[in-house]
Design a protein around this ligand. Sequence first.
Ligand SMILES: *Cc1c(COP(=O)(O)O)cnc(C)c1O
Length: 374
Amino acid sequence: MSRIYLSPPEVGPEERRMLLDAFDSNWIAPIGPDIDAFEHEVAERAGVDHAVALSSGTAALHLGLLLVGVGAGDDVLVPSFTFVATAAAVTYVGANPVFVDCSASNWTIDVDLVAEELATRARHGRLPAAVVTVDLYGQTADYGPLAALCDEYEIPLVEDAAEALGASYRGRPAGSLGTVGVFSFNGNKIITTSGGGMLVADSAELTDRARYLATQARDPFPHYEHSELGYNYRLSNLLAALGRAQLRGLDSRIERRLRINRSYRSALANLPGIEFMPIADYGEPNWWLTCIVVDPEHFGAGREEIRLALEAVDVESRPTWKPLHLQPVFADLPAVGGEVCARIFQNGLCLPTGSALSEEDLERVCETIRSVPN
Ligand SMILES: *Cc1c(COP(=O)(O)O)cnc(C)c1O
């Protein structure tokens, strides 16, 4: 029995071929034809005009915040229920995250809390410099009302779509729903370049500036000339080649992860005290991870007992994100609400959802979960 991981990479002969073609072409640099092609292909997929390939999703968030004008001393609304990178990037530009709870109906940033917070802040002349949204576990936030609020207060919206490539909101692709959008190609995401990210936007002005900042802010001179400081954030051409091969398989990966989600639902939904992450009717997730919430009283065992039982048969599962307002590193920062995501964290578990998960793997996971209360 081999170990079942939460969301391992899945690569095949096409990935190998394209990676080695790039290798053989000697474009072994953070510049080259596969980067240009990968940017075009991701932009097309995300329904935006422009994209910049970067070394990570975190780097893309960092540059995205700089591009929309967030700077030292600014406040930025950030969902509490997310991976640390979303808020870490805000601190990189010297700004302060303000953590907003999620909605129980879709686990993404609570629109009513955002509306209240913006109204209060408008009265006190303390509007945030940006709102960052996260498309959580592959499901987009509720962009209709969020975009309307950001328009009303003239605040840029940064869409952290790191987990949501291929998802959509009312027919519009994830990544295209804010002023700028961010993707991650980390090893556990729905497609991977082992490490990498992408910043997307409709504005060429923004993506040109991102490209400039990502290449050490080098001015156009034959020698190295710099009038500003930038970063070394570009993606390798080798990894872009890998990403292009992965992108070709995106639809089949989404399809597979949807089928895994359905299998879990039919195998576990009849158990008392097990609920699934709610799927809103406003869009189509990419089904990145399947997450459950365990009610210990009704199920007869808690989230940790399930996790440990899975670990005992060599299955990796993971608690849902620990809310950022509860993280020691952010203990001094303000939070708007927070009980909803705290409760999901207490009882939530992400199940193995890798696109290469086999029927036997699924059976091992489900059988183990079913056996826990006994
Ligand atoms: C993975 C992830 C990131 C960071 O992406 P990296 O490529 O690992 O830097 C940011 N935000 C969210 C929500 C993520 O899941």
